[in-house]
Write a protein that binds this ligand. Sequence first.
Ligand SMILES: Cc1cc2nc3c(=O)[nH]c(=O)nc-3n(C[C@H](O)[C@H](O)[C@H](O)COP(=O)(O)OP(=O)(O)OC[C@H]3O[C@@H](n4cnc5c(N)ncnc54)[C@H](O)[C@@H]3O)c2cc1C
Length: 380
Amino acid sequence: MRILVLGAGFGGLELSTKLSAELGGDADIVLIDQSDGFVFGFSKLDVMFGKTLPDAVFHPYGDIDKPGLRFVRTTIRSIDPEALRVETDSGVFDADIMVIALGADLDPSATPGLVESGHEFYTVPGAFALREVLSDFAGGHVVVGVTSTPFKCPPAPSETALLMHDYLTRRGIREDSSISLVMPLGSPIPPSPAASEALLVAFADRDIAWHPDRLVESLDPQRKVVVFGDGSEMPYDLFLGVPRHLVPSVVADAGLTVDGWVPVDPHNLETAFPNVYAVGDVTSVGTPKAGVFAEGQASVVAEQIVRRVRGGPEPATYDGHGICYLEFGHDLVARVDVTFLSGQAPVGALDGPSQAIAADKIDFGTSRIRRWFDRTWVGG
Ligand SMILES: Cc1cc2nc3c(=O)[nH]c(=O)nc-3n(C[C@H](O)[C@H](O)[C@H](O)COP(=O)(O)OP(=O)(O)OC[C@H]3O[C@@H](n4cnc5c(N)ncnc54)[C@H](O)[C@@H]3O)c2cc1C
């Protein structure tokens, strides 16, 4: 059985690891990614706020060495979901089963003024470059804002505002600065009223101004103001933005999308094309765009594929469950345990924040690196 896994992010790594563990040499698994290595989303914040260095959070794909699994570093140029074939810079690959785990692309240039006079903290280069930008910042009005919906890891802008407070305090320039968090949502984490309430209290305690229901439309570099979708404006000295998200063009060109993302059966992650699955941020499955959900979906697809090779009972369907860690600053982390089931309102419970959960979060990262790359990572 030839299995093509497109994209070695959270979803693709989990899927190919599980398939290798279950099928070993009985399958021919090819994992394709255009990058040299993997970086956790949360590591971007760690680097940007000076907690660690870029090299310490970069996990090279060259380290992957698992039975039945071959990693190919190349760019996918076209996908034919009917013929189960992809064209890449390294030639053509054919499959019996294909899984699309290509994530969401980010386009900072889609927001006028963002590249010229603001910064984005969602791409690896953007977040890593901010390390220097922040260390040169002399104080002023910091605005954290979002330019499009849906966007990955909806708690990340709130975490950024809280970590910014700690960072400016540590540098002794908090009193010369103000922080505004502008979100396109009515509350910081809509599926969890308890987490939203705790965040609003934390913002108030730290004098972080919270502005709900506003989407950034553009930045005016001359006047140094952020312009929002409702026409209102806000001056800034330092703007940190979540850039526009969109499906990778190779996925759109393949005719796999409806309303911008890949629709899938929410129970088993099958696309409209036979033998083609999609997992993670590239889909419109109904969960937030976050690694934990990509991982859970990958696990369900792995079980489906293993059953097709080995037989056995029908595997469990996708349960929409995930645990999101939430940085509160002051070295404390909370946990939001949330389930998204189609047709039902999501339910999210809050635990913490505490130091014990901060330790759990480190374990979350290190355990994935052990499983996916067979190596020890100290985390953080
Ligand atoms: C600041 C920040 C903090 C975050 N914190 C968390 C967190 O704490 N917890 C959490 O669960 N999630 C978090 N996330 C979200 C998380 O990073 C993503 O949701 C997750 O990585 C999605 O997994 P995925 O497999 O769908 O896609 P990705 O991990 O994005 O992987 C997609 C892969 O496809 C590859 N690719 C794309 N196009 C091509 C092509 N044409 N050819 C070859 N390869 C290609 C890319 O190189 C990439 O490696 C955070 C994100 C950010 C930005």
